[in-house]
Design a protein around this ligand. Structure first.
Ligand code: ACM
Length: 607
């Protein structure tokens, strides 16, 4: 066992695949790519994939590879084979990839497996334009079947072209679920033919920039010009695009809370029946009524209409109904809600939410769909067959597995991609911190939990502070590399230094493809503490090994002539110093960014 692990480490120095494949054996020599190579496939269902492979190789290495369908082995000098082979014994998404000087052969029992074999092959093509692929044998399959990323398209709107671009990026790392958070207080993004106001009104809000939650609420007479929505035709096209790339789209209609955009469109949906405007990121929670009334049949008729159209548009077996952070204050004052509670013997508003979700589960089952919700759907009693997406840590997920329910783990402390990934002094404003090394420590199966109930995990990008797709990319990468490896590779393969060396190669790929990413993991980590007398001290560290840290207190910008930080040292603040600056170097060259923090702000960071 030990030997195998050591071998894997050595191999990974020469191949830069993320996520790390389950089994790699290096061979002798190379397969050298050139324009005369053809891609042969043995099954008509692979025609798209063969074209995709050729087009991607063209974009990576400017080679033109012909594609041909053929059953038998060819005798050209060099060939890439994509062969569906029912005898291959791997998990459904597994594949075998063989490279020798004469041929590259991918065998898989399914087109999904073949798709991932192709992704590994594409990652084997050197990023620097070299055309040599090392001889090797890979046998690979995923650890989890649910490998998801979530994009919140409500808080900020992203076009179909941008969503497709995300799909292109995520499949390179073998993600297979794209969760779209389609509705929230700040925008309804899906055309529902029978309820046109949802997008006529609910998809638009007054334009604001500035810090989320500090923005001005809509003023009387102000035009709602920021927003957008997806037509049903666009969604059909997107679903097809995703399916060809082995991605299921999980639609989320977030109810009964987080529903202000729907209520702005149809005010009768709320218990208070007041009219509200779509929220542009101003404070409103508990003030404006953003909760659907759980006491009126018309609410369920509305949801039946919405979910009928959603079920027809999205072929995935799950529909996510949200269920998180539902403010129930208006239900307390609502006669209809209180009557339903009385009639059904519900002791509090949590049980009313449970009643609401259970009704939705029945409704969805009638449409052949499974219900998924955030872990708040546990409160007041879980619907009989619900699947839980655990976000407030893992506790909700653990409780659900104990009750024999399926779970997707997306805990906010390991998988929330909207959090800072480096020092808040130099990152775009958000809240709380989730560095790359912490993501890499995520383990979706907690001790004592039956792994059979854990479908997998997911990284979530909430977009309150993500106004552009460029910024979304910055938040996804490279933290989603870490998630990809956690969700695909065997648990025993975690190896931080090795992961980082592969990450650095992949950042070059992103750079070439003009995909944005964060380099925050190269920066220093600044940790203020206090001594026994209450004096401020600073400790410095880095996420990755072999970095040198230089710092200043004298208002100059640090370089390799500045003060050298000695590992473990606690720096005291020189008298009257007002600004601390720090930078990281590697092999004599700056690699991290300069972080500038006023001393008064350092003091404030200590709780
Ligand atoms: C959530 O973050 N409210 C699911």
């Amino acid at each position: 066992m030990l030997l195998i692990c050591i071998c894997d480490l050595v191999f990974s120095q020469t191949i830069n695949i993320i996520p790390m494949p389950k089994k790699v054996e290096m061979g002798k020599g190379f397969f050298t790519m050139n324009d005369n190579i053809a891609i042969y496939y043995n099954d008509p269902q692979l025609e798209f994939l063969a074209g995709y492979t050729s087009a991607t190789i063209k974009s990576l290495n400017n080679l033109n590879l012909a594609i041909k369908q053929a059953d038998g082995v060819q005798h050209n000098s060099q060939v890439i084979y994509l062969l569906i082979d029912k005898k291959v014994k791997t998990a459904k998404e597994g594949y075998l990839l063989s490279v020798n000087p004469a041929a590259i052969t991918i065998r898989a029992a399914t087109s999904q497996g073949m798709f991932y074999g192709v992704q590994s092959l594409l990652q084997l093509i050197p990023v620097d334009g070299d055309r040599k692929i090392p001889a090797l044998e890979i046998a690979d399959e995923p650890r989890f079947s649910w490998r998801g990323l979530m994009l919140d398209v409500s808080r900020h709107f992203f076009t179909i072209a941008e969503v497709k671009r995300l799909i292109d990026q995520m499949v390179f790392y073998k993600f297979n679920i794209l969760h779209l958070h389609l509705t929230d207080d700040q925008g309804w993004r899906l055309e529902i033919k029978k309820l046109p106001n949802l997008t006529k009104v609910g998809a638009w809000r007054v334009p604001r920039t500035g810090l989320w939650w500090d923005r001005d609420c809509p003023q009387d007479g102000e035009e709602a010009t920021y927003g957008g929505f997806y037509t049903q035709e666009e969604i059909k096209d997107l679903v097809k695009y995703a399916a060809k790339r082995n991605v299921n789209i999980l639609p989320e209609i977030d109810i009964p809370g987080h529903s202000l955009a729907a209520i702005a469109a149809y005010p009768w949906l709320s218990s208070s029946k007041n009219t509200f405007k779509v929220n542009p990121g101003c404070k409103f929670y508990g003030i404006d009524d953003n909760t659907l009334c759980a006491g009126k049949e018309s609410t369920f008729e509305f949801l039946n209409t919405v979910l009928t159209e959603v079920a027809e548009l999205f072929p995935f077996e799950y529909i996510h109904i949200g269920g998180d952070e539902c403010y129930k204050g208006f239900w307390k004052k609502c006669e209809d809600c209180q009557k339903v509670m009385n009639d059904n013997g519900l002791k509090d508003e949590k049980e009313l939410q449970s009643y609401f979700v259970k009704r939705l589960e029945k409704l969805l089952q009638g449409k052949g769909k499974k219900l998924m919700g955030w872990d708040e759907i546990l409160e007041g009693g879980l619907a009989p067959n619900a699947t839980v997406m655990s976000w407030r840590g893992m506790e909700g997920g653990i409780a659900a597995t104990k009750a024999n329910h399926h779970v997707v783990m997306s805990p906010n402390d390991f998988a929330y991609l909207d959090l800072y990934q480096g020092d808040p002094a130099i990152e775009p404003p958000t809240y709380s911190l989730l560095r790359l090394n912490k993501v890499y420590d995520f383990e979706p199966v907690p001790a004592g939990v039956d792994s059979a109930f854990i479908l997998g995990g997911q990284g979530n990008l909430w977009t309150e502070s993500v106004p552009t797709f460029r910024q979304a990319e910055y938040m996804f990468w490279p933290r989603s590399f870490a998630l990809a490896e956690i969700l695909w590779s065997p648990r025993s393969y975690r190896n931080w230094p090795d992961f980082i060396s592969r990450t650095e190669v992949h950042l070059q790929r992103l750079l070439r493809a003009d995909i944005n990413y964060s380099r925050s993991f190269f920066d220093a980590i600044v940790t203020p503490t206090k001594d026994r007398s209450g004096n401020l001290l600073i400790q410095l560290s880095t996420e990755i090994e072999e970095l040198t840290i230089y710092y200043t207190f004298d208002n100059t910008y640090p370089d390799h002539h500045s003060m050298l930080y000695i590992k473990g040292e606690k720096l005291s603040i020189p008298k009257d110093a007002d600004t601390f600056r720090v930078i990281t170097y590697r092999e004599g060259k700056p690699i991290g960014r300069i972080i500038t923090i006023p001393v008064v702000d350092l003091a404030k960071r200590i709780k």
